[in-house]
Design a protein around this ligand. Structure first.
Ligand SMILES: [Ca+2]
Ligand SMILES: [Ca+2]
Ligand SMILES: [Ca+2]
Length: 463
């Protein structure tokens, strides 16, 4: 999730703005009627929009017999258009806890193309994604509010985003809710620096909230630092910033946490060596075992074929997965795993080869072609089994959203399901799991403007 892509997308959108203006005005009336419904039922919208009539299912591998056991599967609902408006609705994020599902995204709020005002919107479901509340505008300001991130713990809901409203460079803004998303606190500027701050990520465990981002010095050849800030009082106050790394480019830092452990992972391209495999290149990882007060020395967990990563934590297990970047193609999805709180990691595994091999042996003609070719925006859920979602090219004009699951580091019995399966670019998937529900959202241009699409999988036991 990056600014360049966001800017390009905005420019593309704005260039179409004059043509869309008439449509925007007329449809905004309909859109506003829709917005002020208290809740909406997903099935009704799915039927009305007729986005995808065929539900799909994903077999879940079993820990005991991963090759033949089909004891459970996930059956996915029809795809639902969550935003369903004529505005540019992009970069959604989702989290789930108990019966609650929370979604944030970024959306254009102006009808004048040159104003470039986007705001951050929040909706919640209290019935496992069956119905959602009306959206709350969390930023509600005049500047470009972008790339929201959301984390939850038993102490609250925590949201950050990038914003240039009160600064001539982008800052990281923070707000929280302690009443299950009914109201949010006064917005706080976390970065407050002279650099452009972006690529923010957030994690929360109990009263501890951890935020990472990149500070980019525009006067120093795009040199960027990875900045970490923490709160140990549920986001009421934050400690001073810690610089975890410098001289990184395209770093896309990620953070996750469990009890007293905090984990950060990022990319580093060695721009000095002129080679992506230079001495300072790789996928780097650093951990703290005291809630982010001190960090150990960083370790390199991949030297080659690295890209934008995600990190998942399940007790002492730490799982890092990555695909490519928009500007850097990687043909496979890679992952490493630690079972000792990030002290040691396995060598990188490649997912696609195993999946391809097993599907060929089953003579499944639908899956014998290599599905994973240009994986980007790879995301992972926090459970065992783990679920991985990503976007991949199905043609020059079309990308779709795919999901696979595994047990530990064994993807041999995993299959891959195409969740979007439509004609337009489907991108930036996100996944959250709670109880027997697997919630997946992404951004989709198929309806003619960017919308946030949602599908819910229900884990079912077979006999
Ligand atoms: Ca839209
Ligand atoms: Ca705004
Ligand atoms: Ca598509």
């Amino acid at each position: 999730m990056i600014n360049e892509k966001s800017t390009l997308k905005t420019i593309l959108y704005l260039s179409k703005g004059s043509q869309l203006k008439f449509i925007l005005i007329t449809v905004s009336i309909i859109g506003s009627l829709f917005y002020y419904n208290e809740t909406f039922a997903l099935d009704k919208i799915a039927n009305k929009s007729s986005l995808n009539n065929s539900s799909s299912s994903l077999q879940i591998p079993s820990e005991n017999n991963t090759k033949t056991n089909n004891n459970s599967k996930i059956v996915f609902s029809n795809v639902t258009n969550i935003t369903n408006n004529q505005k540019d609705s992009v970069y959604a994020q989702i989290v789930a806890k108990d019966n609650n599902v929370y979604i944030v995204w970024q959306e254009s709020v102006t009808e004048k193309p040159n104003e470039k005002n986007y705001d951050i919107f929040f909706i919640k479901s209290e019935d496992n994604g069956t119905t959602f509340s009306k959206p709350i505008n969390l930023s509600n300001n005049s500047g470009f509010s972008e790339h929201p991130q959301i984390a939850i713990s038993k102490n609250g809901i925590f949201v950050i985003w990038g914003d240039n409203t009160d600064s001539n460079n982008t800052e990281i803004m923070f707000t929280k809710s302690e009443d299950n998303g009914t109201t949010f606190s006064k917005v706080m500027n976390l970065s407050n620096s002279l650099q452009t701050s972006n690529n923010q990520e957030i994690s929360a465990f109990d009263e501890n909230v951890y935020v990472v981002w990149q500070d980019i010095d525009q006067n120093s050849n795009q040199n960027s630092s990875i900045i970490f800030k923490r709160s140990i009082d549920s986001g009421n106050t934050f400690n001073d910033a810690i610089e975890l790394a410098n001289n990184t480019n395209n770093a896309y830092p990620k953070v996750n946490s469990y009890r007293e452990h905090v984990y950060v992972v990022w990319n580093s391209e060695d721009s000095n060596s002129g080679s992506e495999n230079g001495e300072n290149s790789g996928l780097f990882f650093v951990k703290s075992s005291d809630k982010g007060n001190n960090f150990e020395n960083s370790i390199r967990i991949a030297h080659y074929n690295f890209g934008e990563s995600q990190i998942a934590v399940n007790a002492s297990d730490v799982f890092v997965v990555w695909g490519g970047l928009h500007a850097k193609n990687i043909k496979d999805i890679y992952f490493v795993q630690s079972d000792d709180n990030g002290t040691t990691f396995t060598d990188p595994y490649i997912i696609s080869e195993k999946v391809t091999a097993i599907t060929q042996s089953k003579n499944n003609t639908n899956l014998t072609d290599k599905i994973i070719n240009h994986p980007t925006n790879v995301e992972i859920s926090h459970d065992n089994p783990s679920y991985i979602v990503w976007q991949d090219k199905v043609s020059q004009e079309n990308q779709d959203i795919f999901i696979a699951s595994n047990i530990k580091n064994d993807f041999q019995s995993a299959n891959i399901v195409n969740l979007s399966n439509n004609t337009g670019i489907s991108e930036c998937p996100q996944i959250a799991v709670s109880k027997n529900y697997v919630h997946v959202i992404w951004e989709d241009i198929t309806p003619g403007n960017h919308e946030i699409f949602y599908t819910r999988g229900i884990i079912q036991q077979n006999n």
